[in-house]
Ligand binder design. Sequence first.
Ligand code: S3P
Length: 418
Amino acid sequence: MKVHGAVRVPGDKSISHRALILASLGTGESVIRGILDADDVASTARVLRAMGVQIPAFSESMRIAGVGVRGLRPPRVSLDCGNSGTTTRLVAGLVAAHPFAARFEGDESLSRRPMKRIAEPLSYMGARFEFERGDGLPMTVRGVDLRSIDWDTGGSSAQVKSAILLAGVIAGVEVRVTERAPSRDHTERMLRSMGVDVENDGNQVCLRPARRLAAGEFEVPADPSSAAMFVALAAMADEGELVLEDVCLNPTRTGFIAAVTRMGGEISREAVREVSGEEIGSLRIRPSVLEAISIGEAEIPALIDELPLLACLAAGCGVDLEVTGAAELRVKESDRITTVVDNLRRVGAQAEELPDGLRVRGVRKSLVGTVDPHGDHRIAMAFGVLGAVRGNRVEVKHPGTVAVSYPGFWNDLKKAVA
Ligand code: S3P
């Protein structure tokens, strides 16, 4: 298989959610350029509209008139968060600090995902949470005047950290969040650009009381998690090279690039620059012979969403992989440990589950079979990449699953290998 050309994958999903939320809370008109037009971000727009924000249809450059901090209105309907954990957890932080209640609901996958992790700190701050089943959705959040918090999450989660930070901004109180390892820090960077005093120091973030958020200009870079699909594709190709443009190179997101480089991958960074407080640049990838790798707990946060792809990459080039310290994968859009291992076996690869990770035994052979991504967009794409490798034949059931984060994925994949 030969790769060629340049791909500009769509806008970063994490930054797109945050741009919509922060623009909505701003004073005056914010501009968002290059927003990701995909189902998950549409969920955030839908729930913000339900709380009175006028969000126009998505376009390359969109303007949002902020309602100001505490300007959201009580929703008249349940907030439908679709498949999006980020929408649910970040918006729960918003509602917790407003003087009204909102009921959150989502699809089957989202309804199974744990919300105790945000319910605990936000309840400590004073909000009330009611669950109808376990600690998943549907859930009702009742907001109040929140108090300050100093919270150790015991793990590493940008969604939990962001929910607390957003609640703190709206309530106008100081908050401090400590994590085991730093999670992605887009919320902090964007809040800073809107005039908020927020400091990251190692695994700790401290936000001082804010009164308002100045309107912002947000330029959304290409999503490194989507770009990773093409990094893996080019690394497994027989010839050619691929360029990925405008990729967000925030160090909390580049763990996959680091891992592939450690395996022997040839990835160079070009035209690196800063845009909207984020480092971005092009990646040039050439096919290479990769070697076995082990990934441990400390590395997980910076490549959490790329672990299914890393497993497919190891299986695709026939090298050993061991991932540990990643139990969090069990509560993503699917149980990503079981889904990845089951599907790798279906195509003839050797893989096994660990309680907190997985192992792939590298065998050089063609991989052939049909996989079921269980409604998980990243798993659908990772196996799509595996199927593009010469000698493999992988059919992905429900290919439309990719619409959650990358609706044009199959087209871009076809173009890169044509
Ligand atoms: C995200 C944070 C990560 C990541 C998810 C998006 C975000 O989840 O896996 O895809 O935008 O904050 P956690 O915060 O639960 O680790």
